[in-house]
Design a protein around this ligand. Structure first.
Ligand SMILES: [Zn+2]
Length: 391
């Protein structure tokens, strides 16, 4: 057992991180070594395991045995409760300068464990320019015990001033057989389900796990993949669009509600409430509540959009399969279990039309990411997939 067990299909990355951990003792003692660095940038497509890798690295740095996976340090880091690991997981659309200044202040503190203080910034692509400026000096000349691990989808998503000061590690999309094997070994998922989930998620580990373990996630995906054959009229397009957006809202809402409740309670106790007496009051508390609620509304929106994006990617996988068949590729389809429907659509339409459909889906994803109301973007998409409003 080790902290690296959850990292799937990233052999090169593991080599680099293991040697960094080997050099970490010398680095802490101020001795020369050439493997440990205090500013890292992990990049990789969503689901490739950036944040898992960052957490495992933090655990290995804080563990007496370089990441045994079993000791108190390893367990608390992986559970997210170790005092020397600060994990910034932004569910907001951006990370502002105040958050960053606060982090920079905390980065100067000595770690409780007398080893490292590891700061993981999960969405470094969401740093505002001002926030990035505030961070710059700290990653250039980090405090002796501080390690920064920034995560982002690609190097280009991070400002050049930041990335040039970091050691960049690229995570690849893990191959689906590695993901399937991991689901079998780690979660005890039956092999057939693991193979399906790994293939359907196209290397997104979190998504694969959700598909393997959660019936509702599988059902939602099935519904989405049924859409291409259901868009027979304008009415059907409108209904389908509403269903897709409703399903995304249904998936996101419980998570938003749980996070909101937790934060509201934390805030109240920070202001001295919750002790059985009256709740906190005063202008400062009211202002903090207002700010929190504003952030929570933004996050709720974002979680719905994330869920919707997953559905759009599932839908895109259907048309990619159609295109694969149309191009005469004998390769395995992402949605192998729907091969007969996919082949039927492939016969009925041309590769050109299919490519247009894929393009329309990606345009809809961008619209949803921007300021367009999700329902409008999805309605327009459904109409476009059905072949236009005239049918
Ligand atoms: Zn350990």
């Amino acid at each position: 057992m080790s902290v690296w067990d959850d990292i799937v299909g990233q052999d090169r990355l593991l080599d680099v991180l293991r040697s960094a951990v080997d050099g970490a003792g010398d680095a802490l003692a101020g001795r020369r070594q050439d493997t440990m660095t205090q500013a890292w940038l992990f990049t990789g497509p969503p689901g490739s395991g950036r944040s898992n890798a960052a957490r495992a690295f933090a655990a290995a740095l804080l563990c007496e045995q370089k990441g045994c996976g079993a000791c108190q340090a390893c367990r608390t880091v992986l559970a997210g409760t170790h005092g020397d690991v600060i994990h910034i997981l932004s569910e907001q659309l951006s990370i502002g300068v105040d958050t960053m200044r606060d982090l920079v202040r905390r980065s100067a503190l000595s770690p409780v464990s007398r080893r490292w203080l590891v700061i993981i910034v999960e969405d470094a692509d969401r740093l505002t320019d001002k926030a990035a400026d505030a961070l710059l000096k700290s990653i250039e000349e980090p405090t002796a015990h501080t390690v920064w691990v920034l995560c982002a989808p690609t190097v280009e998503d991070v400002l050049p001033t930041i990335r040039s000061r970091c050691r960049v590690l690229v995570l690849r999309t893990p191959p689906s057989d590695a993901v399937a094997a991991h689901l079998v070994a780690k979660d005890g998922v039956p092999e057939s389900v693991a193979t399906f989930a790994a293939r359907a998620s196209q290397g997104h580990i979190g998504r694969a796990r959700a598909l393997a373990l959660d019936d509702a996630a599988r059902t939602r995906r099935r519904e989405v993949l049924r859409l291409p054959t259901q868009l027979v009229s304008l009415g059907a397009c409108m209904t389908s669009a509403a269903n897709v957006v409703d399903a995304a809202t249904e998936e996101a809402t419980p998570r938003s509600t749980a996070l909101d409740a937790e934060e509201t309670a934390d805030l109240a106790s920070a202001f001295g409430g919750g002790g059985g007496g009256r709740g906190p009051s005063g202008a400062a508390y009211a202002a903090a509540v207002k700010e929190l609620q504003k952030n929570q509304r933004q996050r709720a929106k974002r979680l719905v959009r994330d869920s919707l994006d997953r559905s759009l990617l599932d839908l895109a996988s259907f048309y990619r399969d159609v295109l694969t068949v149309q191009m005469g590729g004998g390769v395995e389809l992402v949605n192998e279990e729907q091969r007969s429907e996919i082949e039927a659509v492939a016969r009925r339409t041309t590769a050109e039309q299919t490519a247009r459909h894929v393009g329309a889906i990606f345009a809809a994803r961008e619209a949803v990411e921007g300021e367009v109301a999700p329902i409008l973007a999805v309605e327009a998409l459904m109409i476009s997939l059905s072949g236009g409003p005239s049918r």
